[in-house]
Design a protein around this ligand. Structure first.
Ligand code: VG1
Ligand code: CO
Length: 543
């Protein structure tokens, strides 16, 4: 075996986005593309010498070859040990847990999450630090700077490792430990939830459908829900991870999880439905004829978490990303705990979780999680819902009605305008930035702007500032619109318009979401001149 220092030249497009580096798969297949990014990461953390890492992904096309590349580079950079899930498979929350459990120096997650997979679709890589969470901005910026000046990377000419056989192999000076992807994660879940109560719920006839969307949570859900908790065989559908996710988008929302939605909307549908994304960190929750928005799910989980053993002492605080609705804020106020509003992306929750300031975090994009790991965790959310339903003994629909009767309801929807020419999207954002200061007091359509700003966040722990995180506009009467550009897309720009309307507990809660949001939607379109700038007014995806 020999270790080689290979000369390379930089690429200019390796800036990590909201959640790591995400590109078309063929971009990643270019010679030295992955190598450059991985070496830039090793260089940014002070080298790999003597260090231990977790490396795995969601099984999408290129997963296994990327793992082999990283193993050879880890060896050449002096790493002492790498832990890999059998078959190269680990969900993102499981990677986070293994980093923490084994006190490794970090890990590489290979995934483009909810983006489709395949040679003509998307691939991605993300580095997580020793706390188990995504690299904070200061580190991703350092990695990016390295990618622009890199001149060589280290690799070795050892043979590929067989990832299908559990056990430890010595690769020259480096140990490669192949482990069962599910076992440690299941043990962690057992410490948090009342498995007996959930088992009794299932044995009493409670029915469920879990759509793994041909992605990573299949094996986890099968082992935990069917194997351990006694859910009927067949509860988990699309449970075998495939390199192209069966040709679909592994994105758990009513659009992409359409089959699940139609089963759940039937009169005799299952009691409970859930889905998860490509890498297993997102979740969708739906009861029989009752879809739960992710923002509401966060609020319900926070309000009821104490019913699960892992949170029986109560929660310390809640954090939500800025575009997420204010439903969780109302719960925090009632519980007398702090609420934090952070920029989009899980990396902003890490410091708050590490400092013990918050126990539960969430994003409107179907991500919820807690201090048990440093990533959002799809199956965790599903199990917490099951634990709550087992204790409260009511349907999802009734639980939501009860929640809204206590707190009022935050009607919510996200409108995505995809593959917009970058200039047009930038122009729209720039116009809003230019005029936000003068907006308060202005009448727009049938409402009036109460506040407007370009969201800037100062981390309360390390005091780092992240500016220009999206335009927030608050309207009279409890409406809010948020504009921001996606940091995970791989084609043109995606403009996200987030719409929210609060109605107090005494109001009629049976109105349709689209109706409740009509006024704020019209005002948002008017204030941004959206139709003229984008050349259309209908979004591609409404969630
Ligand atoms: C999207 C979501 C954001 C989420 C991110 C990563 O980012 O809006 O809430 O954290 O995806 O999710 P953006 O920049 O496209 O809006 V995942 O499941 O990739 O890890
Ligand atoms: Co994901």
């Amino acid at each position: 075996m020999s270790i080689q220092e290979v000369a390379t030249e930089p690429f200019d497009d390796q800036k990590p986005g909201t959640s790591g580096l995400r590109k078309k798969t063929r971009v990643f297949m270019q010679e030295r593309y992955l190598e450059n990014f991985v070496q830039s990461t090793f260089n940014a953390i002070g080298g790999g010498s003597g260090k231990t890492f977790v490396v795995s992904g969601d099984g999408r096309f290129l997963n296994d070859t990327a793992i082999q590349t990283i193993l050879k580079m880890a060896l050449a950079n002096g790493a002492s040990k790498v832990i890999v899930g059998k078959g190269g498979l680990l969900s993102t929350p499981a990677v986070s847990h293994l980093i923490r459990l084994n006190k490794t120096d970090g890990g590489f997650v290979l995934s483009a999450s909810h983006n489709p997979g395949g040679i003509d679709e998307d691939f991605g890589i993300k580095f997580n630090t020793s706390n188990g969470g995504p690299a904070p901005e200061a580190l991703t910026e350092k990695i990016f700077q390295n990618t622009k000046s890199i001149s060589s990377y280290n690799t070795s000419d050892v043979a590929d490792i067989n990832l299908e056989i559990a056990g430890t192999t010595k690769l020259e000076g480096m140990a490669v430990e192949i482990i069962d992807p599910v076992a440690n994660y299941m043990e962690l879940m057992r410490t948090l939830f009342d498995f007996d109560a959930i088992r009794n719920l299932f044995s009493s006839g409670f029915s469920m459908r879990f759509d793994a969307m041909h992605a990573i949570t299949g094996p986890y859900a099968k082992a935990i829900l069917e194997g351990e908790l006694g859910a009927a065989e067949g509860t988990v559908v699309n449970g075998i991870p495939s390199p192209d996710f069966g040709g679909g988008h592994p994105d758990p929302n009513p659009i992409w999880a359409k089959d699940l939605m139609s089963v759940m909307m039937q009169d005799d549908g299952p009691d409970f439905g859930a889905a998860s994304d490509g890498d297993g960190d997102r979740n969708m929750i739906v009861g029989r004829q009752a879809y739960v928005t992710p923002s509401d799910s966060l609020a319900v989980l926070a309000a009821n978490a104490h019913l699960a053993p892992g949170y029986a002492k109560g929660i310390a605080g809640i954090a939500r990303s800025m575009p997420t609705s204010g439903a969780a804020d109302l719960v925090a106020r009632k519980l007398g705990i702090e609420i934090f509003e952070t920029p989009t992306g899980w990396k902003f929750f890490g410091n708050l979780l590490d400092a013990g300031k918050v126990s539960i975090c969430g994003e409107e994009s179907a991500g919820t999680g807690s201090d048990h790991v440093r990533e959002k965790d799809g199956l965790w959310a599903v199990l917490l819902w099951l634990n709550i339903l087992a204790v409260r003994k009511m349907s999802v629909a009734d639980l939501m009605k009860d929640h809204w009767a206590t707190y009022g309801r935050n009607y919510y929807s996200r409108h995505d305008f995809e593959a917009v020419p970058t200039e047009n999207a930038d122009q729209l954002m720039q116009n809003l930035r230019d005029k936000q200061e003068s907006l308060p007091g202005t009448k727009i359509g049938s409402t009036t702007v109460e506040f407007a700003d370009d969201f800037s966040y100062q981390d309360p722990i390390d005091n780092s500032v992240s500016a220009h995180q999206g335009i927030r506009i608050g309207f009279a009467g409890g409406g809010r619109a948020v504009f921001r550009l996606s940091g995970t897309g791989t084609e043109g720009a995606t403009l996200r318009l987030y719409l929210e309307q609060y109605v107090p507990a005494s109001s009629d809660m049976s109105i349709e979401t689209a109706v409740a949001l009509k006024e704020v939607q019209a005002a948002a379109h008017e204030v941004s001149n959206l139709a003229a700038l984008l050349g259309r007014s209908e979004p591609d995806v409404v969630t």
